[in-house]
Design a protein around this ligand. Structure first.
Ligand code: PRE
Length: 309
């Protein structure tokens, strides 16, 4: 297996990839951004890419949500959760917060430390970086660049960076969710605690269009764990929904909901069923169990055998 991930080495995304059994000893190619990582998978240069998709404080990672929703089809094989904590790393000549005029990090990391930054380095300019590790490593390479970087404690320690403050995140215990994405292939077998992801473009802007979609889940007792609307880029007011549901394609209620969605949303994109990284809370009523669906299908099938030909 050849893996790629949002690099350079030392990103939270690499930490997520290292949770995948075997990834530590496999070839790992860093990519400069999410699109580059997914392109490597689409072209066959890598077999799978780990990319961030959602943070418990800042929400969805738009670059990933958009890139997997369009273009050549991809499939989510698994997910990984990483607890996020940030340090403030500085150049060797900086000894106090007052000396910091510019700070670099990834946009999602900046959003998670904004309160701390406003209170502690109010005058500092934010310099966007392609990842937290890229912002941190520039402290070593680029003598003319920013004074400080917000990054993981790990990359700061491994690269011998000077740490001025630790635990600067606004919300302790924040978590980022990552997905491992591959070219479409076999769908991982159900584990009993699974998720499925589906992209639902709105066919037309009319009253009840979202209700038609949600109804497909509600009537089959399928719980949604995430729903986000993203602009398609094709003009104002054009959106698709990116949805995670509890359950696996192998479960009748999920398969039946997908069939219903295909009728109301024919351009939908199924992004996969895969093991959930943590236990799901939703329970399934008896009338939405596989058994109830099988009995109902068998009953209708029996009736149909009596149709006059
Ligand atoms: O910059 C990194 O280290 C990343 O892995 C990216 C990323 C993100 O996109 O959310 C991952 C985790 C943190 O929430 C901040 C940044």
């Amino acid at each position: 297996m050849i893996y790629t991930y949002l690099g350079p080495a030392g990103t939270f995304t690499e930490a997520a990839l290292l949770q995948v059994p075997g990834a530590r000893d496999a070839e790992r190619i860093p990519s400069a951004n999410v699109n580059a990582a997914l392109d490597k998978v689409r072209s066959g240069e890598a077999d799978a890419a780990m990319v961030p998709i959602e943070n418990s404080v800042e929400g969805g990672v738009s670059a990933t949500l958009d890139a997997i929703a369009t273009g050549e089809a991809l499939q989510i094989m698994r997910e990984a959760l990483v607890t996020i904590s940030f340090v403030l790393a500085v150049r060797q000549n900086i000894d106090s917060l007052e000396q910091i005029r510019s700070v670099s990090t990834h946009g999602h990391a900046w959003a998670q430390c904004r309160g701390w930054a406003e209170a502690n380095i109010p005058g500092a300019e934010f310099v966007p970086a392609s990842s937290t590790a890229a912002g941190a490593l520039a402290l070593l390479d680029d003598e003319t660049g920013h004074d400080a970087a917000i990054c993981s404690p790990l990359v700061a320690r491994e690269r011998g960076l000077k740490i001025l403050r630790e635990g600067i995140e606004d919300y302790q215990g924040a978590v980022t969710r990552f997905v491992l994405v591959a070219r479409p292939g076999p769908i991982p077998a159900p584990t009993g605690v699974d998720k499925s992801t589906v992209i639902l473009p709105l066919a037309e802007d009319r009253p009840g269009a979202l209700m038609d979609i949600l109804e497909q889940f509600v009537v089959r007792g399928v719980n949604l764990s995430r729903i986000e609307s993203r602009p398609t880029g094709e003009g104002m007011g054009k959106y698709f929904f990116s949805v995670d549901v509890d359950g696996h394609l192998a479960q009748e209620r999920v398969a039946d909901a997908l069939a219903g969605l295909h009728r109301v949303c024919p351009d939908l994109r199924f992004l996969g069923s895969y093991p959930a990284a943590e236990g799901l809370s939703s329970s399934v009523d008896a009338h939405n169990s596989d058994n109830a669906f099988s009995k109902a299908h068998a009953w209708v099938h029996g009736l149909k055998t009596r149709l006059a030909t």
